[in-house]
Write a protein that binds this ligand. Sequence first.
Ligand SMILES: Cc1cc2nc3c(=O)[nH]c(=O)nc-3n(C[C@H](O)[C@H](O)[C@H](O)COP(=O)(O)O)c2cc1C
Ligand SMILES: CCCCCCC(=O)C(=O)O
Length: 322
Amino acid sequence: MNPVHRDFFDGGAGEERTLRDNEAAFRRRRIIPRVLRGTGPRDLRTTVLGTDLSMPLLIAPTAFHLLAHPAGEAGTAQAARSAGVAMVVSMAATQPIEQIADTGAALWFQLYPQPDLDFQARLLERVTKAGVEGIVVTVDSPVLGTRTRDLRNGFTDLPPGLACRNMDGRDIAMDDRLGWPHIDRLRRATDLPLVLKGILHPADAALAVTHGADAVIVSNHGGRQLDGAIATLDALPAVLDAVGGRVPVLIDGGIRTGTDILVALALGATATLVGRPVVDGLARAGAPGVRETLETLRAQLDHALALAGAQRPAELSPDLIA
Ligand SMILES: Cc1cc2nc3c(=O)[nH]c(=O)nc-3n(C[C@H](O)[C@H](O)[C@H](O)COP(=O)(O)O)c2cc1C
Ligand SMILES: CCCCCCC(=O)C(=O)O
């Protein structure tokens, strides 16, 4: 890959403290396994907001897949379909939603709330018609994070010929006036499950539920927004307390292995999302590369469950984690 584009995918905001800390938070945890549980073959299947998953993992929304590989977002979706997981399609996808949906993958669509409400309504209608099963509203981006590597590299625009194909020629607006009334409006605008992505503070998690969110994603945008923000795994317990089981709580950021997934689930997450490892798989080998990433995570999770003494994710509990 062009090293400038590699930096775009790999990089974070500021000094990249949060980017590093997301992974470090998982490495700080240890598993206290149970023994003699007679698990037999494991069953990793789960359902989140009506979407069936072959394991508790979704592909996190990431921008510009055509920069990583000519297969683009459709290649990622093809792998998601064959692995039986869902893909959250970024609003900054470089292929049309209809082309991505043609793969038959289970899709959710990620939205940055747009100040042009007519355009936003048309976009919601379009992605709903294409068959997406959920809307993921990213709420951690009133402004774009300071992407140190992109600034250093002068990466400001997509190369000629590439564009955000679901934006009808518009730029994606990040809007620093966004507030809960925008979420209320979105809640009224769609019957699809509405998921808020980018929740870290427990008070916001509670507000998300009262404003009608069907799930929240504990996320710091992979360390690309507020550098110094808490690692997602460290934020998870307080968010779970605030939500109190009323809606599923998902998590992303720093998940690199099946044992990381096990740790997140044991601490109470319903499912996990993975960003950069999927892009890495795409860059390496297109759809088969993404499939390899997903199957590696599946095999690791299955193995870790066997060794920790759980047959299925629902059997995991916080006492297994130190
Ligand atoms: C290259 C890249 C592009 C991203 N683009 C988006 C995006 O368009 N919308 C969004 O909500 N989050 C975006 N994210 C954040 C991811 O959805 C996710 O929160 C993060 O990547 C999870 O961390 P991980 O990469 O450590 O797994 C992006 C992340 C990366 C690395
Ligand atoms: C002005 C919007 C550019 C797309 C941002 C994609 C993204 O979220 C990222 O982390 O990169």
